[in-house]
Design a protein around this ligand. Structure first.
Ligand code: SF4
Length: 241
């Protein structure tokens, strides 16, 4: 079942107003105007809202919309051949927590949304147990097109797709990333170690703490592992304060 998209997108009217205010302040600053608050602190505050820069303002970092545009109708790897939809990722551009899975499954490929099948429903419950919701976090995958028969993505497919996820991480700059399952953890941490050894402690990628834990699909098959996942997400909650 596809989950209704949040209305809090960067295209929402109030975000457009904030963009306009920020761009106007940037233009005034570049014009030498001192009668308004054009301070770096004020502009940075507006940038922190995760909005794209406009004319007159040098962009501090690219936006999710920029990255989606660049991805286009991607045919950079063979997974494009059998996909129905590219599953770019979804959630808040200001998310404090980013969840990263390995790739879309059957339901996600049909919807174009990440984690909407049975594993996705479990992830939604885990997010709720953390006191968060899907609209305030960001959910993405290592590869954005469904591997045939839900096989693991090949290294070559990851090599082509992972740079886009890393750009999403840079655009969102979450306080913490939760890597779901071995494929996500290994790709993000550039290791071959098994998830059972990786989980339970923080690593660092792009200056951001990464907590690997078991994939929700694995939990559906091994419910006795829920306790370990709960321990891992509690560490995330503790880090968030
Ligand atoms: S998996 Fe990623 S790199 Fe490959 S076709 Fe899809 S979007 Fe492009």
């Amino acid at each position: 079942m596809c989950i209704p998209k949040t209305k809090m997108t960067a295209d929402a009217p109030h975000f457009q107003i904030i963009r306009d205010i920020r761009n106007t302040l940037g233009y005034l600053k570049q014009s030498g105007c001192t009668g308004f608050d054009c301070s770096r602190a004020s502009l940075e505050t507006l940038n922190q809202l995760g909005l794209p820069a406009g004319p007159g303002v040098a962009p501090d970092r690219e936006t999710l919309a920029d990255i989606r545009t660049d991805l286009g109708d991607c045919r950079r790897c063979g997974l494009c051949e059998s996909r129905t939809h590219i599953v770019f990722g979804e959630g808040s551009p200001n998310a404090q927590v980013m969840f990263v899975g390995e790739g879309p499954g059957f339901d996600e490929d049909k919807c174009g949304q990440p984690f909407v099948g049975a594993a996705g429903q479990l992830l939604t419950k885990i997010i709720a147990a953390m006191g968060l919701d899907r609209e305030t976090v960001y959910i993405g995958n290592i590869v954005k097109c469904r591997p045939p028969n839900n096989r693991n993505p090949e290294p070559e497919e990851i090599r082509h797709c992972l740079p886009f996820l890393k750009r999403q991480v840079a655009a969102i700059h979450p306080r913490v990333i939760c890597a779901l399952g071995s494929v996500a953890a290994r790709a993000l941490l550039a290791t071959e170690a098994p998830i059972s050894r990786l989980r339970g402690r923080f690593y660092e990628v792009m200056g951001i703490p990464v907590m690997p834990t078991f994939h929700p699909a694995f939990l559906l098959r091994n419910p006795e592992k829920k306790r370990e996942v709960w321990e891992d997400v509690q560490q995330i909650m503790k880090m968030l304060g």
